[in-house]
Design a protein around this ligand. Structure first.
Ligand SMILES: [Fe+2]
Length: 141
């Protein structure tokens, strides 16, 4: 769950940065889409931290720790719009794997409340992965 917290935070920061800096003729669409992604990602941060507390562990609460824990890389450059989508899609795949692993762990530990929350996150993350994937498809002739 701590890995998930760090990763989720890194993903949130990246999507928010992309929301600010994206440049493309379809600017408004991308700007809005990235906003949806970062808002959803951010909404997951607090519940994850509180589940960690409920499991009697301390929640990591610093950027340094988040960076150490995250399985996805930050982005210090300003990629082209299409590369932003590709990067978020690839990160999303890693987050989905991590969520699946957390779900298994939670089920094994009989933590049904955590498993339930993780299942909801999977559903959101899968939906965004579909939307990101579809944004990369060319129009059909
Ligand atoms: Fe904004």
């Amino acid at each position: 769950m701590k890995t998930l917290l760090g990763t989720q935070f890194a993903y949130y920061v990246k999507a928010h940065g992309f929301h600010w800096n994206v440049e493309t003729p379809d600017f408004y669409q991308y700007h809005k889409f990235f906003q949806k992604i970062y808002e959803d990602a951010y909404s997951a941060v607090d519940p994850i931290a509180e589940y960690i507390r409920a499991l009697s562990e301390y929640a990591p609460g610093s950027l340094e720790r988040f960076l150490e824990l995250s399985i996805i890389q930050g982005q210090t450059k300003i990629p082209r719009a299409r590369l932003m989508i590709e990067e978020l899609l690839s990160d999303s795949g890693q987050i989905i794997q991590l969520l699946n692993q957390c779900f298994e762990d939670a089920t094994q530990e009989n933590a049904q409340d955590v498993a339930n929350f993780i299942a909801e996150r999977l559903s959101q993350q899968n939906k965004f992965a579909w939307q990101l994937r579809s944004s990369l498809k060319d129009e059909r002739a």
